[in-house]
Design a protein around this ligand. Structure first.
Ligand code: UD2
Ligand code: MN
Length: 593
């Protein structure tokens, strides 16, 4: 009966320019240059998040992108909003290229370097836990395609820096035939000269996709346990021991850490509430709140939680069990679906899948996937079809009801996988639904998938900090819409101030958004930082709509790292744009309440 809510990614920031300090362990070689005074680097305050409290908070809702979660806890991390400040054309190129190729802020990623501290987001009680001394050792497998070198190496170093050496058997990097030449060369050199011998680099001769890529990585592994990570993660304190412990107790247990959020726009690391994996009949993964019954018990918020599915990227599993259970479906291509396939298989064939609240790993959640498949196919549909035909019995009709066009689509040969299911003596999909995911709504064949509910602005309502006019000091004019303020995509210009005109009134809120006439947000282009800002629907996820009022009266745009300025103060056209912050008059603004 209860609707399962999916949750909306929304990162709250806490700005502070003072007292920034940053611990960095410099290493020789390819450490990125940092043209920056130390104070621009983030400092994290440590503070536990209280899980039961979070669970009871008003449900926050899902978005299209992996339905990741919102952390409603403020003050977890502090960072400098000006971390992504652009000083010259080169910075601008790095930033724009980063967004194009990786869909995150590579300028900030490079400036962070390969080592950084992250906030300890575990529940305080996790710190009191102790783990057996004789844990099995792990092979960490990281498969990547065209990853930003700094993000990949930060992933690797976070593992090296925060894993006890005796538990880290090796790290296996699988280059899925990346096309970025500098990545290939620099990474090869770096692995050879800067990393321990136990870090190995395997290169695929052709693009295989992450599914076969991980299988290749696993085939090179010799540790007792396999740990898979995406190539843009940062592991947290004591991340591995809590994952290995349940596997040591029962080798048919597969475990996932809680996936913390690293913002794609600011690289800020913040805590995720403990949620578990579900899915909808469109075969999209989603997050569900954990039923309170699962959270009760002597261990409370630190106890492992049964999860019907996994997100896919981050999990640990006994290596021999991975092989016994059929690895992955090698007929699946590039991206998508493998996470539900392995989840169903684990549960239906005698294993179990747990989320471990005391293990935390951050992951950069991006707004879009920056790569396609080589032939441009929709691999998610292909992969989902395969898993539906192998694992879902009569319930595949639920999927076809939503995707009738796929009913006749060719999905290749699945004989091996059907045989695997027989050989492993796996239970029915009905058993899975009844016992593992009873919350799933089963309705007539024509039923619609439970739609993710979007929080709209009226529901969310970030607190207003200021309301008034944006006054340009040099021209004595005010920032207004060039056309009508309700027109999406419209430009802004400076015009004569009219203090009776609602269309000149801006709201500045705690999310650092600038909203004109309570309608649209001032927004900048993600991939072209030289484009003028426009009025867009408020998306509530910071980045391109995040502005700060800083020193020298500047109006700073957090994701493009530049300041708002009037292009030609003498022209009556009043055009504005963003440009390198230089403190000059055309860049000076007053927010007048
Ligand atoms: C999520 C998972 C991801 C995977 C995917 C479904 C998390 C945090 N992430 O999407 O691991 O399960 O859902 O398939 O749970 N890659 C390759 N070759 C390719 C494409 C990707 O090696 O052809 C690598 C890529 O560099 C990355 C990993 O595979 O390291 C996952 O790809 P992603 O980050 O684009 O997927 P994500 O996080 O959107
Ligand atoms: Mn990823």
């Amino acid at each position: 009966t209860s609707v399962t809510w999916t949750l909306l990614l929304f990162v709250y920031f806490n700005f502070s320019e003072e007292n920034q300090s940053f611990k960095n362990v410099p290493i020789k070689g390819l450490e990125p240059q940092r043209p920056f005074p130390k104070k621009f680097y983030p400092r994290f305050t440590r503070g536990p998040i209280h899980v039961p409290e979070l669970q009871q908070k008003e449900n926050k809702i899902g978005n299209s992108l992996g339905n990741h979660i919102q952390d409603p806890v403020k003050g977890e991390t502090e960072f400098s909003p000006e971390m992504g400040m652009i000083f010259n054309e080169e910075d601008q190129e790095v930033r724009d290229l980063g967004y194009q190729k990786h869909a995150f802020n590579m300028l900030i990623s490079n400036r962070l370097g390969y080592h950084r501290e992250v906030p300890d987001t575990r529940d305080a009680k996790c710190r009191e836990k102790s783990y057996p001394a004789d844990l099995p050792s792990a092979s960490v497998v990281i498969c990547f395609y065209n990853e930003a070198l700094s993000a990949l190496l930060r992933t690797v170093h976070s593992v090296l820096d925060r894993t006890p050496p005796q538990l880290l058997h090796e790290i296996i990097l699988v280059d899925d035939n990346s096309e970025l030449a500098d990545l290939k060369k620099d990474l090869g050199d770096y692995v050879k000269t800067q990393l321990p011998k136990t870090t190995k680099l395997v290169r695929n001769e052709k693009r295989e996709g992450l599914i076969r890529g991980r299988m290749i990585g696993a085939s090179h592994a010799t540790g007792k346990v396999l740990v898979f990570l995406d190539s843009h993660c940062e592991v947290n304190e004591m991340w591995l021991q809590p994952l290995l412990t349940p596997i040591r107790e029962d080798r048919r247990t597969v475990v996932c850490p809680v996936i913390d959020i690293i913002s794609a726009d600011t690289l800020t690391y913040s805590s995720s509430p403990v949620v578990r994996g579900g899915f909808n009949w469109g075969l999209h993964f989603k997050w569900d709140l954990v039923p309170l019954s699962e959270l009760e018990g002597p261990e409370g918020a630190t106890a492992p939680i049964k999860s019907p599915t996994m997100a896919g990227g981050l999990f640990a599993m006994d290596r021999e069990y991975f092989n016994e259970l059929g690895q992955y479906d090698s007929g699946m291509d590039i991206w998508g679906g493998e996470n539900l396939e392995i989840s169903f298989r684990i549960w239906m064939c005698g294993g179990r899948l747990l989320i471990i609240p005391c293990s935390r790993v951050g992951h950069i959640f991006r707004k879009r996937r920056p790569y396609g498949s080589p032939g441009g196919q929709d691999t998610m549909a292909h992969n989902s079809l395969r898993l539906a035909h192998v694992w879902m019995d009569e319930y595949k009709e639920q999927y076809f009801a939503l995707r009738p066009e796929l009913r006749m689509r060719n999905y290749g040969n699945i004989t091996d996988r059907v045989e695997l299911r027989k050989r492993l003596n796996c239970k029915s999909f009905k058993w899975y639904l009844d016992n593992i995911y009873p919350e799933m709504q089963i309705s007539g064949p024509n039923a619609k998938a439970p739609q993710p509910v979007f929080i709209n602005r009226a529901q969310k309502r970030p607190k207003i900090i200021q309301r008034g006019r944006l006054y340009h000091l040099q021209t004595n004019k005010c920032l207004v819409a060039q056309g009508h303020p309700s027109q999406k995509g419209g430009l802004v210009v400076v015009r004569e101030c009219d203090y009776n005109d609602q269309n000149q009134v801006w709201i500045y809120n705690e999310d650092h958004e600038l909203i004109l006439n309570n309608l649209l947000c001032l927004d900048v282009s993600e991939t072209r930082s030289s484009d003028p800002p426009r009025l867009m629907k408020c998306h509530g996820s910071g980045g391109s709509q995040q502005w700060t009022l800083g020193k020298n009266n500047r109006l700073y745009q957090v994701s493009v790292g530049q300041c708002l300025k009037v292009v030609d103060p003498l022209s009556h056209k009043g055009y504005v744009t963003v440009a390198i912050c230089d403190g000059s008059l055309p860049q000076q603004w007053h927010f007048e309440s």
